[in-house]
Design a protein around this ligand. Structure first.
Ligand code: NDP
Ligand code: GDR
Length: 353
């Protein structure tokens, strides 16, 4: 049985990847951070107590406390598990927040990646353990070429993007220096019902559901003109696994090849919740108005603007399609929005008084 370690197993991607690897028969381990309240909501169904484990005889995940800022915790866990594959998903992953905690973001996302690679090397596992590094389309930042592919130059626009740039290069450097099977997945935005609530898609799907059920009056947004290549997270974690099964270690762009604006996402999400929006005004004065009632439901609040913005990202997934046989548009954009809104309509309904 193959053994996998997922750092950041409690996050959106970690939870889907854990499910996928369990299905494939892996022994799955994941890192957990100490927190003052429960942070295992996305993986509770994969983490039951011993008694239930025995009764159901299902393979379940194993959790270990660790932090990307703590080398000793990483070394201890890797030594204990001796994993065949490591998926490094742990990160301070919020772009806007990275402007507020730039040093912590660098510690976790940049130096944290180095700590992990060094741990594998210190333990003498560099020829046996394969490593996936969660790189990002934020590396492209100020766009130099459209669409972006593996050869497009990088120009990150946030402390997050800059920290991930270090993570990208140190992974490549360890591959070239020590012959490690260490690869970068340059993933474009991917969303799901489990997306964190402060990322734009989930913020919109939740607000649309709450407004439709009269539990919220208005949604305040940042840059509505920003454009992203949005995919579906469960489709993307499959690619992480495929990259580690490939004969040679290589970096891949993972994207859908389709781009939409934040405004389009809003319009579609509200429509899924039964509200037809029309847009009026420009920039900070733009408003989304309910066509049926004339009520203003969406307004721009410049507090959500970023010090430096990434205006548009569009990926070219040709390499992943050709070499990994990956299907970039298993789930359409419309289906992604529909699933997120449907899920939030139900969640809100259950929680409402
Ligand atoms: P999430 O923010 O949902 O999950 C991040 C995970 O990292 C959580 O498990 C979190 O723990 C953990 N974590 C944060 N800081 C630390 C730390 N210092 N030490 C240990 N663990 C830590 O991110 P996603 O699942 O969306 O993304 C997974 C990875 O992929 C990230 O590295 C992200 O930067 C990258 N990425 C994501 C894309 C996307 O569109 N989703 C696109 C491209 C790259 P906790 O639950 O306790 O907060
Ligand atoms: P991003 O995702 O920064 O691309 O990083 P996010 O959903 O936060 O923003 C996407 C775009 O929407 C604009 N926007 C808003 N964003 C948020 N969060 N809240 C708002 O109110 C709002 N209004 C407009 C943003 O300005 C931006 O242009 C995500 C993360 O998952 C990273 O970890 C990952 O590396 C990249 O995707 C690829």
């Amino acid at each position: 049985m193959k053994k996998a370690l997922i750092t950041g197993i409690t996050g959106q991607d970690g939870s889907y990847l854990a499910e996928l690897l369990l299905e494939k028969g892996y022994e799955v381990h994941g890192t957990l951070r100490r927190s003052s309240s429960f942070n295992t909501g996305r993986i509770e169904h994969l983490y039951l107590d011993e008694w239930i484990r025995d009764m159901k005889q299902r393979r379940l995940i194993n959790l270990h406390y660790a932090d990307m800022t703590d080398s000793s915790s990483l070394i201890r866990i890797i030594q204990h598990i001796q994993p065949d594959e490591i998926y490094n998903l742990a990160a301070q992953s919020h772009v806007k927040v990275s402007f507020d905690v730039p040093e912590y973001t660098a510690e976790t996302d940049a130096v944290g990646t180095l700590r992990l690679l060094e741990a594998v090397r210190i333990l003498g596992l560099e020829k046996t353990t394969r490593i996936y590094q969660a790189s990002t389309s934020e590396l492209y930042g100020l766009v130099q070429e459209i669409p972006q592919k593996e050869t497009t130059p990088f120009y990150p626009r946030s402390p997050y993007g800059v920290a991930k740039l270090y993570g990208y290069w140190i992974t490549k450097n360890y591959r070239e220096s020590y012959g490690m099977f260490a690869v970068n997945g340059i993933l474009f935005n991917h969303e799901s019902e489990r997306r964190g609530e402060t990322f734009v898609t989930r913020k919109i799907s939740l607000a649309a559901a709450r407004i439709a059920q009269n539990l919220q009056d208005k949604l305040y947004m940042g840059n509505l003109d920003a454009k992203r290549d949005w995919g579906y997270a469960p489709d993307y974690v499959e690619c992480m696994w495929l990259m580690l099964q490939h004969e040679v270690p290589e970096d891949f762009v993972i994207a859908t090849g389709e781009m939409h604006s934040v405004r389009e996402f809003c319009t579609l999400a509200f429509a899924e919740a039964g509200i037809a929006l029309r847009w009026e005004g420009e920039g900070a004065a733009e408003k989304g108005i309910d066509m049926a009632t004339g009520r203003i439901l969406v307004e721009v609040d410049p507090r959500y603007y970023r010090p430096a913005e990434v205006e548009k990202l569009l990926g070219d997934p040709t390499k992943a399609k050709t070499l990994l046989g990956w299907n970039p548009r298993k789930t359409s954009f419309e289906e992604l929005v529909r699933r997120m809104v449907k899920n939030d309509m139900e969640t809100v309904r259950k929680l409402s008084p």
